[in-house]
Design a protein around this ligand. Structure first.
Ligand code: NDP
Length: 486
């Protein structure tokens, strides 16, 4: 663990073994902290927030610190990328993109925090009234296993830019890059105790973090079921919460779409990250006039995707994160078959060439002939499994896209500009991509509608998430209220 500016152990003798999902081999061990360790870390973060200079540093000082962090992450970029690939299995090219985005994220918030903090309000002449923002306090940052480094940086950069102290809890499966990041923060000169990294299981460690009355804000990314638990636990202390949860995002392709662009992005939307991406475009909606031809080309292209060990530079799709998760995805596939969906391609573990049988690889999978009530269409699978459905017109497409408990992302492929505007407005999605997919800019707010979550990451919105707004009214005259005359 990294607590109070030092790497420390725990009294708990148990440790957790970490596995490379590409080979199934154990590659290391990490401490298994206890709730008492978490409590001690929160106390440190509380004390630093309440008693140190950290929250009162000038924006310029914090910006300089963030720029130093960005440079250090950049310098260690290849090490971060290789460790990320080791613990998640994602291809190196994906890990490298994640690291680049982390660097951008720290630089962006270094710039953003130098902007004016507050507003002068247009109230009557006799009052000088203004707003300003201040840090919230101790932030509990709970990060999943699909983007362990990137999501940690999405949360840490705005939290630090605005002067909070943090407890970062990585997923029990993927704590390695978060611990290296702690070293980088330390070397960049972050005061001890401002960021503390406590690995460990969601329950009890994540739960203890959410329930701790000294934690003022929780920022969580993960599954909707866990998000619901967190919301309930946070309610007891009225802890501020933001939740970035699951999705079942639709990609709509109209007949007039640029063919190559649409086919390419339909594949990218679902198979990037082996489908273990909250915004994965897992429901493909095709205008009925192009359905058969598009599906046939998609099948051929999906069967050509190179599945393998992320350390092989030619690999295009890595393994799933763990055996347990792979089994969960395979169960969805079985259920799809039982419910009568037509398996177009894939549907099994990928075991060829032979070394793949040791890891948690899956074939890129496509189901057609599905109906909107099937579980593979309704539930987040979080694997390389695509469902394909035809639609007859624009209205039909929008209705089908919105027919989901989730509202994270959507994709639209068409050359008709007027239609783009009509469709985008009616889609229920926090993020809509048109003629592209999966691009995420640190400048743009990230988050979902409906059961995809509450609040936003990134952009100026994240500054608002990690600050409280205050208002001040200063009378410029010594006037009486007039309510209680002498
Ligand atoms: P979780 O939502 O359980 O995990 C996300 C993070 O929350 C992890 O750090 C986890 O710790 C922690 N956590 C788990 N339980 C609690 C709790 N009670 N209180 C506080 N923190 C907790 O995801 P799973 O790994 O279980 O994946 C299940 C499904 O969730 C996936 O199949 C996918 O559908 C979805 N998911 C969505 C993600 C997204 O980006 N939106 C990311 C990951 C999953 P630990 O890992 O140590 O248990």
């Amino acid at each position: 663990m990294y607590v109070g500016g030092r790497f420390v152990g725990t009294d708990n003798a148990e440790t957790r073994e970490l596995f490379d999902p590409a080979t199934g081999r154990a590659f290391g061990r990490v401490v298994e902290p206890q709730p008492s360790d978490l409590r001690a870390a929160v106390r440190v973060a509380r004390k630093v927030f309440d008693e140190s200079e950290w929250p009162w540093l000038s924006a310029r000082e914090r910006a300089n610190l963030l720029l130093r962090i960005a440079t250090k992450v950049e310098e260690l970029g290849e090490t971060f990328a290789r460790l990320e690939t080791l613990q998640t299995g994602k291809p190196l090219r994906e890990s490298r993109l994640d690291v680049e985005d982390c660097v951008q994220c720290f630089r962006y918030y270094a710039g953003l925090i130098m902007q004016p903090n507050g507003m002068l309000l247009s109230v009557p002449e006799s009052v000088h009234s203004y707003t300003f923002r201040q840090p919230i306090g101790v932030c509990g940052l709970i990060v999943p296993w699909n983007f362990p480094l990137l999501i940690a940086c999405w949360k840490l950069a705005p939290a630090l830019a605005t002067g909070n102290t943090c407890i970062l809890k990585p997923s029990e499966w993927t704590p390695v890059t978060a611990l290296l990041l702690a070293k980088v923060l330390d070397e960049a000169g972050l005061p001890p105790g401002v960021v503390n990294v406590v690995p460990g299981a969601g329950d009890p460690i994540g739960r203890a973090l959410v329930e701790d009355p000294d934690v003022n804000r929780v920022s969580f990314t993960g599954g909707t079921a866990t998000g619901l638990n967190i919301l309930q636990a946070a309610a007891l202390n009225i802890t501020r919460v933001s939740l970035e949860l699951g999705g079942k995002s639709a990609v709509i392709v109209f007949e007039d779409a640029d063919w190559e662009c649409a086919v390419d992005h339909a594949l990218f939307a679902i198979y990037y990250g082996a489908g273990q991406v909250c915004a994965a475009g897992s429901r493909l909606l095709l205008e009925s006039t192009i359905h058969d031809r598009f599906l046939s080309e998609l099948k051929t292209r999906a069967e050509h995707i190179r599945v393998g060990d992320g350390f092989d530079e030619s690999v295009e799709m890595g393994p799933l994160v763990s055996e347990a998760h792979m089994r969960r995805v395979l169960q969805f596939i079985d259920k799809g078959r039982e419910e009568g969906a037509q398996l177009v391609t894939g549907g099994k573990r990928a075991t060829f060439p032979p070394p793949l049988a040791q890891g948690y690889f899956m074939q890129p999978t496509i189901f057609a002939g599905v109906t909107s009530d099937m579980s593979i269409v309704r539930e987040e699978i979080f694997g390389p499994v695509l469902t394909v459905q035809p639609f007859v017109n624009e209205e039909d497409a929008v209705r089908m896209a919105n027919d989901s408990q989730y509202g994270l992302a959507a994709g639209v492929f068409t050359r008709d500009v007027a239609r783009v505007h009509r469709v985008v407005r009616r889609l229920q999605a926090g993020i809509t991509w048109v003629n592209t997919y999966h691009t995420a800019y640190v400048e743009a707010p990230w988050g979902g509608l409906k059961r995809s979550g509450v609040g936003r990451e990134l952009g100026i919105e994240a500054v608002h998430e990690y600050t409280e707004i205050r208002q001040v009214q200063i009378s410029t005259v010594y006037a009486k209220s007039g309510f209680y005359p002498a």
